[in-house]
Design a protein around this ligand. Sequence first.
Ligand SMILES: Cc1ncc(COP(=O)(O)O)c(C=O)c1O
Length: 471
Amino acid sequence: MGVNESFEDLAQRAIHHAVAYRKERDTLPPRPTASVQELMSLFDVGVPEVGRDGVEVLDSLAAAAEPGLVGNISPNFFAWVMGASHPVGVAAEWMATAWGQNAAIYDTAPAAAVAEDVVSGWLLQLLDLPRGSSVGFSTGATMASFICLAAARSEVLRRFDFDLERQGIFAAPEIKAFLGDEAHTTIFSGLRYLGFGDNNVVRIETDQQGCMVPEALNAALAEFDGPKIVICQAGHINSGGFDPIAEIAPIAQAHNAWCHVDGAFGLWARAVPSLRHLCEGIDRADSWSVDGHKWLQIPYDSGFAIVKNKEAHRRTMDISASYLNLPPREAPSPSQFSPELSRRARGFAAWAVIQALGRSGIEEMISRHCNGARYLLEQLEVEAGLTVINDVVLNQLAIAFGEGEPLVERNRLTDAVITELARENTSYVTGAEWQGQKILRVSIISQRTDAVDIDRLGASIVRAWRKVRKT
Ligand SMILES: Cc1ncc(COP(=O)(O)O)c(C=O)c1O
C-alpha cells in the first residue's frame, strides 16, 4: 500500500497540477514537444515492488504526461474536431469520479440515472428533436451511431416480419445501408460491427461539399426491395456541409427506410437560430447521434444516441438479469439504452456544462465559432495563391495552396505549409486529403476561441504560405 493515501492530500495535489496546467496552457505551444521515445522513457519506469507514496505518484504522472499533452483546451487549437473540456464540466467530472458511481442501473446510481434522464430531456429541447425520444449516453458519436444503427437494424427487419432478437442475424434477410460516399469513417466502422460488409453498403454520389445527392439516393433505394437504412450527415468533417435532410427524410420514408443522422458536431447548429436552416427537416429522421465532447465542450468522453422509437432502442440495448433489480416503474434505467453495464456516470458533467453555458451561452459560442470561420475566410481570400475550397457554412475550412499549379505541385506546397505551421507551433492545425488533393484543415470549435485567436491563425497561415512560396 502507498505511504500517503489521504484523499484530501491527493485531491489537493491533483488540483494543484490541474490548475497549474490550465494556467500555463495558453502560453505553451499547442503541439506536444516530446518525442515518442522521450514519452516512453518518462512513462516506462517499471512496476515497483512496493507501492509508492500517492502524492509522489501524482507528481511523477504530471511530469511524465505534461510534455506529451496536446493543447486541445487552448483557444489556438484548430485540429480535427475537438471540444475544449469546459472547466465546470471538468470539476463536475472530478466530483463524479470521487462519488464513484456505477451508472449501470437506477439501483446502483439513482442520482446518476436521474441526471441522465433530465439531461436527455434538455438535449431534446435544445436540439428541438421529437420529445419522448430515448437517449443513450455513449463514449462519443462513433458508439452513438452504432447504438442508433443497431436499433435501425432491428426495426427494419421487423417491418419484414423478422424478429432479430429471437431469430438472430444469420437467418435475417439482407439489409442495405445507403449513405453518402463521404460519410464519416466511423459510420462504416459502426456498420461493420453490426455485420454489414461492403456489399451491403450503397455509397451515394456526393456534391462538391461532400453532401449526398438526393436524386441519386432515390434512384438507389428504388433498386432494392429489402430492409433499408439511410444514413445522413449533419456536418462534413472537412467542409462542415449538411446532407439535404429535408429532401432526404421524405425519400427515406417513401421507401420505408429508417433514416439516421450522424450529427457528431453539426447537429448543434440546430440550437442556433441563425444556423437552423442547415438542419431543416432533421426532426423527420428516426435517430440522431451527437457528441457532447465536441461543440458542447463536455469533457471526454461524451456522446448521445437519440432514437425516436424508444421501444426499438430498448429492445436492442436492454441489459437485464434477476440480480439487477428492476427499477421502480417511474425510475429511468440507463442500461436499457447503452451497450455497457458498468460505466461512468456521464450525466453529471453533461448536466453541469449545460447549466454553466445555458441556452444563450451555447448559442453565443457556436455563433462565435461560425462567425470566426467566415472572418478567417475573409482574411485568406485576399491572399494570392491560396484557395478556401469549401463553402464556409459552419466552422470548418479546407484550404489548398498553389492555385493554378499542377496537382503534384499543389500537394507539395500544401504539405510544406502544414510542416511550416507545425514548426512555428503557435496554432495547431492538421492536414487531410479531400477532393483528390491535399488540404489544410481548420476546425473552429474550441470553447474560448475568438477573433484574436483567428487573427493569430490567419497571420500564421499567410506567413507560412509566403515563406513556402519563396522557396
Ligand atoms: C461527422 C462525424 N461523425 C462521427 C465522428 C466520430 O465522433 P467520436 O470521435 O466522438 O466518436 C466525428 C468525429 O470527428 C465526426 O466529425
